[in-house]
Ligand binder design. Sequence first.
Ligand SMILES: NC(=O)c1ccc[n+]([C@@H]2O[C@H](COP(=O)([O-])OP(=O)(O)OC[C@H]3O[C@@H](n4cnc5c(N)ncnc54)[C@H](O)[C@@H]3O)[C@@H](O)[C@H]2O)c1
Ligand SMILES: CC(C)[C@H](C(=O)O)[C@@H](O)C(=O)O
Ligand SMILES: [Mg+2]
Length: 343
Amino acid sequence: MAKRRIVLLPGDGIGPEIMASARAVLERLGEFEFEEHLVGGASIDRYGTPLTDQTLAACKRADAVLLAAVGGPKWDTTDPQAPRPEQGLLRLRRELGLFANLRPVRPLPALLDASPLKREVVEGCDLLVVRELTGGIYFGERGREGERAYDTCVYTVGEIERIARVAFRSARRRVTSIDKANVLETSRLWREVVERVGRQEFPHLELEHMLVDNAAMQLVANPRQFDVILAENMFGDILSDEAAMLTGSLGMLPSASLGEPGKPGLFEPVHGSAPDIAGQGIANPLAMLGSVVLMLRHGLAMADQAARLQSAIERALEEGLRTRDLGGSATTEEATRAVLAHL
Ligand SMILES: NC(=O)c1ccc[n+]([C@@H]2O[C@H](COP(=O)([O-])OP(=O)(O)OC[C@H]3O[C@@H](n4cnc5c(N)ncnc54)[C@H](O)[C@@H]3O)[C@@H](O)[C@H]2O)c1
Ligand SMILES: CC(C)[C@H](C(=O)O)[C@@H](O)C(=O)O
Ligand SMILES: [Mg+2]
């Protein structure tokens, strides 16, 4: 079989540190063809734009794209004309048609005491956030007029139908659809469409609607009630960082962004570039390595290698591997070596 072609986008902050970990693990797992490109702030500094057409074209040609993180205070600006690192990521998601962002939240047995929540609250929890990724307020018209600024949230029936189907297909028993239908018109359309898709196409599955503010509370009070959480773009963004703490740290949560079958997926940790710890070599690489697991499984159809890597991560944690965010002192390199030792 031809070597799988992976585009690596290390990005900014801790991005290059955790990408080095991903690359080391991939090199141990098989033979891949890597192509590395700048994205985000690093690309602004070099080319004046957070995503060049060349990088985008390379991503479109790839079998899968692995991204670490973009952004940081260096590029934070209130100037609406200035390029921003995050625009590069949003354009990449949009241009690759990656409308489905899957964020599995499965607290590992070795880390039950690392969560700020009580062990009995997180034990046995196994949920999936299915976040709509190419619509909503992230992509609506925005602007500033004198003393006034606005962002608009738009969803179409087609956009809601396709993400709802992903959520129902991923569910074992129940989909909890998140909205703010007591206030927002987009949420009322969301609820109506999800209800219809569920009733007509997935009648064997339970469907529940939950207002987003209640969902934020339920996630820490009783997270085991959830199977699949289906959310629009911004609600899914916020709830997934919250859900990460069930696993012990934001540094543990991986994600897969998928579009139409046959098109490359984008695999990236849920967290950002962590400017507060960048350059110190202490970032937790496990969300990045978990994203490699998802890439092997969903992006490259390499289920055996995915299972090997997942089990190596779990065994390293069982043997006591803890980076600083998990209450330990292991460096990024030590964490990588601990995982490699089990591959
Ligand atoms: N996908 C992405 O590229 C992505 C995602 C989220 C945020 N961002 C960007 O990252 C920048 C920083 O954002 P932020 O500080 O709000 O969020 P962040 O996720 O970067 O960091 C939040 C907190 O979690 C910690 N943290 C995150 N990942 C960690 C890891 N792997 N190991 C240990 N600790 C970790 C950080 O040190 C920080 O204290 C912003 O520019 C933001 O836009 C990018
Ligand atoms: C960096 C930012 C644009 C991004 C998002 O909001 O989608 C991030 O927070 C994420 O969760 O991937
Ligand atoms: Mg986020």
